[in-house]
Design a binder for this molecule. Structure first.
Ligand SMILES: Cc1cc2nc3c(=O)[nH]c(=O)nc-3n(C[C@@H](O)[C@H](O)[C@H](O)COP(=O)(O)OP(=O)(O)OC[C@H]3O[C@@H](n4cnc5c(N)ncnc54)[C@H](O)[C@@H]3O)c2cc1C
Length: 293
């Protein structure tokens, strides 16, 4: 199918893109086009104006600092996947990207597009939520930022106003030895997750969980932080029985039901994937602690 007719704009700066978005009604931002273009082809999206961010080079940046990582909204998923600096600073991102679509979609797809599209099964928003990422937003009223936990409001809905553009995401870096894991169940390689879990974990010398973050995708209408699981782990020595009892809490609560999986099956996956993610993150944290400084 072909999209409905639209006017195409190619601004060369973020400021110009914000102006165009403010001036034109029923306008849409085009990033990698991997979700928007199929939706336009099916006429599920029919913007009158398409504002292409691809010429806005200031949005394509990846800066790894000692305490944080800043990623411009137009940074391609493939660039993130291949960045040695990012792999060393925050390997969970690369692990999650292995599950994001296909090589071809990652060549075009951007981090901003994935977060703004807000698919509840998408991997990158899950990782950004687990890492307490902060979203930077530019609009005609200036720049604002908000935690990822407040950015995704519901099924494919974000806190972006219609005249705002996501410009970057900042990820605070975990300091000291820690483990990570991104685990997913999908019907086929490259498909969206039926369910997925992102886990970060730090242990002390005795194996006690000092810090932990668990985020889940694909189960509810939006990615969620499993705070009950985190609380059950924090301050306790990590061992298989603790992982099992904490992961059981992931199965509590509502779950989506659709052609891919029943609600019960999704709850089961939530528990299994959380347990696997916790075990892998704990093992990696222990290995990190033994590694020579
Ligand atoms: C075959 C196939 C398989 C896929 N599998 C997966 C998968 O397993 N997991 C997954 O997460 N994704 C998957 N995707 C989608 C993924 O490839 C996209 O990269 C992602 O969903 C959107 O990113 P994009 O840069 O292509 O954004 P676009 O498609 O260009 O835009 C998506 C939406 O975000 C808005 N938007 C984009 N950038 C901004 C911005 N900076 N500010 C405000 N709004 C913005 C657009 O207006 C649009 O509404 C798949 C796609 C295909 C075609």
């Amino acid at each position: 199918m072909k999209p409905a007719p639209f006017a195409y704009h190619a601004p060369s700066s973020l400021a110009a893109a914000v102006d165009l978005l403010a001036q034109n009604e029923n306008a849409k931002i085009l990033a990698g086009g991997q979700s928007l273009v199929p939706m336009m082809n099916f006429r599920l999206a029919m913007p009158d104006h398409l504002i292409d961010l691809n010429p806005v080079t200031e949005l394509d940046r990846l800066t790894v600092r000692t305490d944080s990582i800043e990623i411009g909204a137009m940074t391609r998923q493939r660039r993130m996947e291949f960045s040695n600096e990012l792999r060393q600073a925050c390997p969970i991102i690369g692990e999650a990207l292995q599950h994001v679509g296909h090589r071809q979609t990652r060549n075009r797809g951007t981090i901003g597009g994935s977060l703004a599209h807000a698919d509840p099964s998408a991997e990158l928003p899950t990782v950004v939520l687990a890492l307490d990422g902060v979203i930077e937003i530019r609009g005609p009223r200036g720049t604002r930022s908000m935690p990822m936990a407040e950015f995704a409001l519901g099924f494919m809905t974000t806190a972006l106003e219609p005249d705002e553009i996501m410009s970057a995401v900042t990820l605070p870096r975990w300091q000291g030895p820690h483990g990570y894991a991104f685990v997913e169940f999908a019907r086929r390689l490259g498909d969206f997750a039926v369910a997925a879990a992102a886990v970060m974990m730090a242990l002390d010398a005795k194996g006690t969980v000092t810090r932990v973050a668990v985020a889940l995708a694909g189960v509810g209408p939006v990615q969620s932080r499993l705070t009950a699981v985190e609380e059950a782990l924090r301050g306790h020595r990590i061992e298989p029985a603790l992982i099992d009892s904490a992961a059981a809490l992931a199965a509590e609560g509502d779950a989506n039901e659709d052609i891919h999986a029943s609600a019960d099956y999704r709850r089961h996956l939530a528990q299994v994937l959380t347990a696997r993610g916790l075990a892998t993150a704990a093992r990696r944290a222990q290995t990190q602690m033994k590694a020579p400084a």
